[in-house]
Design a protein around this ligand. Structure first.
Ligand code: PMT
Length: 222
């Protein structure tokens, strides 16, 4: 049994990829199974929190006791996250792999393969994490993930300050021990005045360790 470290806390977690439609049969998206975010939602509930899980398109069952909101695009994820956070949240954890760019014009008909090349115009999607961190009312603790292939610490610290979040949980992707899609993960967690590592373990174990750290910091927050 998990100690009720998050008893009475309201937690919002985002998980999975977003899909940005090019036409009715094609999309742009990031790799993400949703396992890390779903493990966080399940663990937060087990630790006593009231949990809203905003999920991109993934093939995973809803963790028991968790309120799930399914979305597809970054714009839909932004709306669902802001609504859930707006109802009052102590903690937001952005574990979703949000697509950074979306086609400026999604076609309502299937694009034909008539030319050898195709140029898509893309525009940046909204940065959900930065918006949650920077607008009021703000959850007391706003936590992002950083998925990096190299220079993990430098990029993670950069995101901590650029997005004005309280903590960044960084994980390596792209290599043999990639955080994407598998059952295991390892985290290097950064906050302005410190850092710690969570050793490689099954995602549910990593989720519990990260949430124990967050519960401690939530307890310390003013
Ligand atoms: O889903 P799994 O297969 O279990 O894999 C887990 C994971 C690797 C996807 C997860 O642990 C993880 O790292 N999630 C963040 C992936 C990512 O896209 O990171 P990023 O470095 O591009 O983004 C940094 C942070 O900003 C993230 O918290 C992200 O949710 C957030 N973001 C990014 C872009 C955007 N438009 N809006 C955002 O909120």
């Amino acid at each position: 049994d998990d100690p009720p470290l998050l008893s009475g806390r309201r937690v919002v977690v985002s998980a999975g990829p977003t899909y940005e439609d090019i036409d009715p049969v094609r999309y742009l998206g990031n790799r993400s199974s949703g396992k890390m975010g779903f493990a966080l939602a399940a663990a937060a509930h087990a630790m006593g929190a009231e949990v809203v899980l905003v999920a991109g398109p993934v093939q995973l069952p809803t963790p028991a006791g968790v309120t799930r909101v399914d979305v597809r695009s970054a714009a839909q994820m932004r709306a669902a996250v802001l609504e859930a956070v707006g109802e009052g949240a102590d903690l937001y954890v952005g574990a979703a792999a949000v697509a950074d760019y979306a086609p400026t014009q999604g076609a309502d008909h299937k694009l034909k393969k008539s030319s050898p090349t195709l140029t898509l115009e893309l525009a940046r999607t909204p940065d959900i994490l930065a918006e949650v961190a920077q607008r009021a009312p703000r959850p007391r603790l706003v936590v992002g993930f950083a998925a990096e292939t190299h220079d993990l610490a430098a990029y993670a610290r950069g995101k901590l300050y650029a997005k004005q979040v309280d903590l960044i949980a960084a994980n390596l992707v792209g290599g043999g021990d990639s955080a994407f899609e598998g059952e295991h993960n390892a985290l290097h967690v950064f906050w302005p005045e410190g850092e710690t590592e969570i050793a490689r373990a099954p995602k549910p174990v990593v989720a519990r360790r990260l949430l124990a750290l967050l519960a401690e910091r939530l307890g310390a927050a003013p």
